[in-house]
Ligand binder design. Sequence first.
Ligand code: FES
Ligand SMILES: [Fe+2]
Length: 436
Amino acid sequence: MRAATFMGQTPADLDPPVRGDPITGDRYYSQAWMRAEWERVWTRVWHIGGMAADLEEPGDYVVHHLMKESVVMIRQHDGSVKAFFNACKHRGNRLALGEFGVGNGLTCSYHGWHWGIDGTLEAVQDVSDFPQGNPCGKLRLNEIPCETWGGFIWFNMDKNARSLRDWLGFVVDQLAPYGMEKMTRVVALTAEVDCNWKIIRDNFNEAYHIPTLHPEIATHIDDDHADTVFEMYPNGHNRMVMKGGCPTGRLLSDVVQAPLDDILRFWELDPAEFAGRPSAARLALQKQRRALAPLKGYRHYSDLSDSQLTDYYHYTLFPNVTFTMAPDGFQVLRSEPHPTDPEKCIFDHWYMAHPIVGRDSVDGPTGTVPFEKAARIVCRHGDRTLGAVADQDLSVAVSQQLGLHSRGFEGGYLADQEKRVQRFHEILNDHIEGRA
Ligand code: FES
Ligand SMILES: [Fe+2]
């Protein structure tokens, strides 16, 4: 199903034409592509640097590395967060080495220069030995744009970047009912994977692979492209909406199957009532969730629409972040480039959840987990599960990376429902070739 009218956008606005730029294998493995992406994309777009909730007190900081660059984000006395390149201005030593820290600023481990939390140099050894004059109060760490939204701290290495709000556009308004900033990161997995970062992007920019790779989803999510809404937004972002609480339109089944049967029972509906018409479960579930949410401790439903109570709203933000929004939480699925190897990437799979009154755990993409701030787990792909669905996706990401080297592959041959893949590569080309 194609785009619907939204916020003054016409269906045509939400389904812009594509040019048909070839999507050949080299962009997934060449060093030249990797360098161009660094110059033209990564240093100019907004990035998630960390969780706002991790910076509780002034001076608390979080560090994020992107390829060989590193950025430190520090909570200020007025509650804002400032971001700085993580390099000492004396002789270039990296300042913050761990992921998190607290205190009254950053002291360089080489010659002991101390930088205050606002980035101002506060103390140096042998201060009278500088012919240029006392550098304290004069030198500042290199500051870059930093904003908070959705519970995340965002940074942009381009000092002239437009605001995050301008960059995201009406995605911000669409996501407001979910209360993302009130959620807790209960799963925080990071893995190095043997594929280019764009392979993971392509995967989340289409749902064509679901019947082959995730056939178990068909019993409770309608993955039929004819029933799915695809919308493409300004700046390269997009949205896909899939109905949940009902089987796929592809499935010729007369009965409610697992796990939808258990979901219905939890919400005090009898699966047998939907015999012969399992797709009717969706609207019944919406109604019942609305009615029983206060009793069952689901306090966060009041701002969600009926559709948001069952359906999956997948947002892909250009260039490299997907949010999969569900009624009780959302997944962050991000791929970032490896520092040196275009055939590797860093994949993050996080899950953000609302608390449920009376429960100390939540159900997420990696199963049931305690409702508490998750410790970060950093691993190699294959060392542990990253969630059943993510494992399925990544198994193919690795084999696709191999296949893309073949002389037999001459560029993608896409279905219409994969149009977001085509558009992603064309927006990327626009950035690389200076048109965006
Ligand atoms: S490099 Fe930081 S104090 Fe010398
Ligand atoms: Fe998938």
